[in-house]
Unconditional design. Structure first.
Length: 269
């Protein structure tokens, strides 16, 4: 999906907590189609009354009919006034608020999975990083992402866009206290890994054939001290070159695919 085609914007300022509102709109054929393909839902859809019907528009309308999403054909002026741009490509969708999950019911829903993987984000504040991490987490078969209500970016239009719409395939749990959440997860048998530059334990030393939670720290500071102390094990990504650290979205991708590699390897874990 090209950056030009994935355009998501809001009409009004978000509330302080950053929770999405019914005033959020998505426009552009590709962005709406990808959103709907990835199980996204819309309150309604507005379509230019003189729009050229192509395969993408036809598929959008088919999905709307299947999901019973109402749509109306409107004049170009109305689309301009709603989007404040002429780049809407003749189609605008109204998003529903993002459905965050509650921790306990979410954990219970994973009880039938033998070795679930949870990803906990500690004070990630860049929406581009968050979106990229979501996209990687979907590819790496992570069961869910946990974020804090405080000091962590919520699901915003930029997050949705950067995830290429795949956030619809990833449960996001929003909690009040990350440390209490770690304690809750441990009681359910999860082994909690954190990443740190201040450990001598190489990531190859970890055991990953268990239910586990991986915690990734903020862009500038890494894991907070309190969170680091509650990890069962700290590991580091080996870097033979002169760089001291990596972008958090890249580090997350490397760790998640290392976990998958170890799990799928024929060698003992």
């Amino acid at each position: 999906v090209s950056i030009e085609d994935v355009t998501i914007m809001k009409k009004t300022t978000y509330p302080p907590q950053g929770i999405l509102t019914d005033n959020e709109i998505i426009f552009g054929k590709n962005s709406i189609l990808e959103f709907l393909r990835n199980n996204g839902n819309l309150n309604k859809l507005l379509i230019l009354n003189s729009i050229h019907r192509d395969a993408k528009i036809d598929e959008i309308l088919q999905i709307c009919q299947k999901k019973r999403i109402p749509y109306n054909f409107v004049p170009r002026e109305k689309l301009h006034s709603i989007s404040n741009t002429d780049s809407h490509q003749g189609i605008i969708g109204y998003r529903s608020p993002y459905p965050y999950h509650e921790l306990e019911p979410f954990l219970e829903s994973l009880s039938a999975i033998k070795y679930p993987i949870l990803l906990i984000l500690d004070e990630i504040q860049d929406p581009h990083n968050f979106g990229a991490i979501i996209r990687t987490a979907v590819a790496a078969n992570v069961q869910g992402v946990i974020i804090s209500k405080h000091r962590c970016v919520p699901v915003t239009p930029t997050v949705v866009k950067t995830s290429a719409g795949l956030i619809q395939n990833m449960p996001v749990v929003r909690v009040t206290n990350i440390i209490q959440t770690i304690q809750t997860i441990k009681k359910r048998g999860y082994w909690v890994y954190g990443t740190s530059l201040n450990t001598k334990t190489d990531w190859n030393s970890g055991r990953y054939d268990i239910p586990l939670a991986l915690i990734m720290g903020s862009e500038g500071k890494g894991l907070s001290k309190g969170v680091e102390k509650h990890c069962d094990e700290l590991v580091k990504i080996p870097m033979p070159g002169p760089a001291e650290s990596l972008n958090v979205s890249i580090s997350t991708a490397l760790m998640l695919f290392k976990i998958n590699e170890k799990r799928n390897s024929s060698l003992p874990l």
